[in-house]
Design a binder for this molecule. Sequence first.
Ligand SMILES: Cc1cc2nc3c(=O)[nH]c(=O)nc-3n(C[C@H](O)[C@H](O)[C@H](O)COP(=O)(O)O)c2cc1C
Length: 222
Amino acid sequence: MQIGSEKASSLDLLSVVVASLSDGYGLDSSTGDAFVENRLLIAVLSIVIVVLVGCVAIFFVWRLSGRKPVEPPKPLVVKTQMDTKEDQGKKKVTVFFGTQTRTPEGFAKALAEEAKARYPNAIFKVMDIDEYATEDDEHEENLKKESLALFFLATYGDGEPTDNAARFYKWFTEGKERGTWLENLQFGVFSLGNQQYEHFNKVWHDEIVAVVVDELLHEQGI
Ligand SMILES: Cc1cc2nc3c(=O)[nH]c(=O)nc-3n(C[C@H](O)[C@H](O)[C@H](O)COP(=O)(O)O)c2cc1C
C-alpha cells in the first residue's frame, strides 16, 4: 500500500498498521516520520488539554475558597432585661408589636434595624407586647421606665386587637383612672389594617385599635 509521505493522515497510519499486521509489511521510513509527528502532536495536544483542565479546576477551587460562607440572618436581639452597663446613658427605644400572623412584627423589626443603623447610640428593643409583662401591674411599672415607645398594632375581628395584644389592650383601656402618669413617654403608634374589612381599623365607638392606644397614651401622658 502506498502512502504519501508528506500528508499521512491518522486514517492512513491506521490502515498501514493494520496492513503491516495482516500482511507482514513493515513501515517505511516516511510513514514512520508521519507517525512520530502525529504522536508528537497528540502528546502536545494532550498536555495543552491537561493544563487547561487544571487551570479551570484551580480557578473553581480559588473561587470557592474565596467565597464567604453564607451567614444566616442575625436574629434581632430582643432585650427584656434592664440596661446593661454599656447601655447606660443611651437613648432607649422599645418597639412593641401586636400581631396575629407576624406582619406588624416584620415592620417593627425592619424599623428597629433601620433606626439602629441611623442612630448607633440608641438602644432598640423589639418586643412582643404580650411578653412585656406577666402581671398587669408590671405593665405600669415597666412603661414608666420607657422614654420612647413605638407600637405596631394590627386590627382583627370586628376591629379588635390581636390575641397577643388583647391583654395589654384590656389593661390599658380599662385603666383610665390612672390619670397622668406617662408624661415622660414619647411614643408613636402605627396601625395595621385592611380597607376591605367593614370595620377598617375600627373598634367600638368608631375608634381604631391603634388610635385608642394613641389617644390613651396622649391622655395619660399629657
Ligand atoms: C381574620 C381577619 C380579620 C381582620 N379584621 C380586620 C378588621 O376588622 N379591620 C381591619 O382594618 N383589618 C382587619 N384585618 C386585616 C389585618 O389587620 C391586616 O391584614 C394586618 O396586616 C394583619 O397583620 P398580622 O400579620 O398580624 O395578621 C383582618 C385580617 C384577618 C385575616
